[in-house]
Design a protein around this ligand. Structure first.
Ligand code: PFF
Length: 451
């Protein structure tokens, strides 16, 4: 297939553009909201260790597979499976991905709306308007949740309507470095505060007796969610990538960046929880479960910023929640791009129309969730924790036994000469054919109590 054929649908302007957009998709609420909450409720260090193993040994090979499938076919996730086999069943793998994307985006938009509402909370608090601050930060207020979800979806739709290089690429380029700087400064502050040492120990010293099938299930789901794997987001992004680029290297950079941000977020949030506890704020109930649940970071971080006080407190509070909103936005655009690229390729709908109508359809589900936030856990369980690893198994098996690893390796060698004979190439083949599908399947079944 000629490169121009790919260019017709949109293309990245540069290699850095692809890496930043893929890293932008990966880095999001998953790293800063979901990861610390999961780590805190699953034994800290033990979770971190298993999570790192899942990211590098399972996530990284699957990421290469997705980008390779996308670049080979130049198609959306459904079209990609159609292009690589004439069997009508395989595109169902892509359909499952599109469904997971739609459902994840529907709750993600609501949580992303919370991050925006907390930008206002910080401003109101600093201005001494504590009543307003408490009102706007009430995540149980359905109308407010809906309002912020609408605003967030409007931003996502407008970026997707501007296309690949203009919209998605530009949005990610400058903000990622800023996120790192703010994280580093905040970590520096937190770890010098009383109480944080206990949190550091919980996070960095694994207690192996805590490793259970439930923990491994949570870590695997988290790795797929955080790396944006299993639903074809990276098939889609790979479809806009030039044949000259080095896929194994790009995937390594994205995996590393994403894991680093999650690790840093844990280094900030978990000590901050214990610091808050030292100040008398209860974090765990008597059974050892997190009191705040998914609202954890929205409880711990504002307490931290208010504690900092003065100009520093506002500057960090506002900057942090603004950056988190942008990190969420670069993820929502990749989530929406999956069904939109499907509609553009398969139904020949114009990008602008596809983005608008699909975005509005998903927003309708978000509004239902805004009034029933208890649904977030259930949708997350079905479509992220189970759905994404399930998609990952199907992608590995399809690549290995239908498309065949040799053909995939031909694709991965474009931009990475002789990859198949390198250690990474040889290991990748074994992982994608046997280790990844077996480990993911075993993990899903054992969490269901079937093993
Ligand atoms: N990786 C994103 C995050 O960590 O917030 C969420 C996500 C984006 C999941 C895109 C799946 C996806 F395809």
């Amino acid at each position: 297939m000629a490169d121009s054929e790919i260019t017709g649908r949109g293309n990245w302007n540069s290699k850095l553009g692809f890496i930043l957009a893929a890293a932008g998709s990966a880095v999001g609420l998953g790293n800063i909201w979901r990861f610390p909450t999961e780590a805190a409720s699953n034994g800290g260090g033990a979770f971190l260790l298993i999570y790192l193993v899942c990211c590098f040994l399972i996530g990284y090979p699957v990421m290469m597979a997705e980008i390779g499938i996308g670049r080979r076919t130049g198609k959306n996730p459904v079209g990609a499976f159609k292009a690589l086999s004439s069997n009508k069943l395989y595109p169902l793998i892509g359909m499952w991905g599109v469904l997971c994307g739609v459902m994840i985006l529907s709750f993600y938009t609501v949580v992303a709306g919370w991050t925006v509402s907390y930008v206002f909370e910080e401003i109101f608090f600093a201005a001494g308007m504590t009543g307003w601050a408490t009102w706007i930060a009430d995540t149980s207020n359905g109308w407010l949740n809906a309002l912020f979800a609408v605003a967030f979806m409007a931003c996502t739709i407008s970026i997707i309507r501007s296309g690949v290089s203009n919209g998605i690429e530009k949005a990610t380029k400058t903000l990622m470095p800023l996120l790192f700087i703010v994280l580093f400064i905040l970590i520096g502050y937190v770890i010098t505060q009383p109480g944080s040492g206990e949190g550091l120990a919980v996070y960095l010293q694994p207690d192996f007796s805590e490793v259970t099938p439930g923990l491994v299930f949570a870590a695997m789901g988290q790795a797929f969610f955080s790396l944006s794997l299993g639903m074809g987001a990276l098939i889609t992004y790979g479809s806009y990538l030039s044949r000259k680029e080095n896929v194994p290297q790009a995937a390594a950079l994205v995996t590393f960046t994403d894991t680093l941000v999650a690790f840093l977020a844990g280094l900030l949030i978990i000590p901050a929880m214990y610091m808050a506890q030292a100040q008398g704020i209860s974090i765990f109930d008597s059974a050892g479960d997190l009191i705040a649940g998914p609202a954890l970071i929205f409880q711990v971080l504002p307490a931290l910023f208010h504690d900092l006080g003065g100009v520093l407190g506002v500057v960090f509070g506002v900057t942090f929640f603004m950056l988190l909103s942008v990190a969420a936005l670069t993820s929502t655009i990749s989530l929406l791009e999956v069904p939109v690229s499907y509609a553009i390729d398969e139904f020949k709908i114009k990008r602008k129309d596809a983005a608008l109508y699909i975005g509005l359809g998903i927003l309708a589900i978000s509004i239902v969730i805004a009034f029933n936030t208890g649904l977030i856990g259930t949708i997350d369980l079905i479509f992220s924790q189970v759905g994404l690893p399930l998609g990952g198994i199907m992608i590995c098996l399809f690549l290995s036994y239908v498309w065949k690893t040799d053909k995939a390796l031909d694709e991965l060698e474009l931009g990475n000469n002789n990859f198949r004979n390198s250690i990474v190439g040889k290991t990748w083949k074994v992982f994608i054919m046997f280790i990844c599908p077996v480990v993911i399947l075993y993990n899903l079944l054992s969490a269901l109590g079937l093993f």
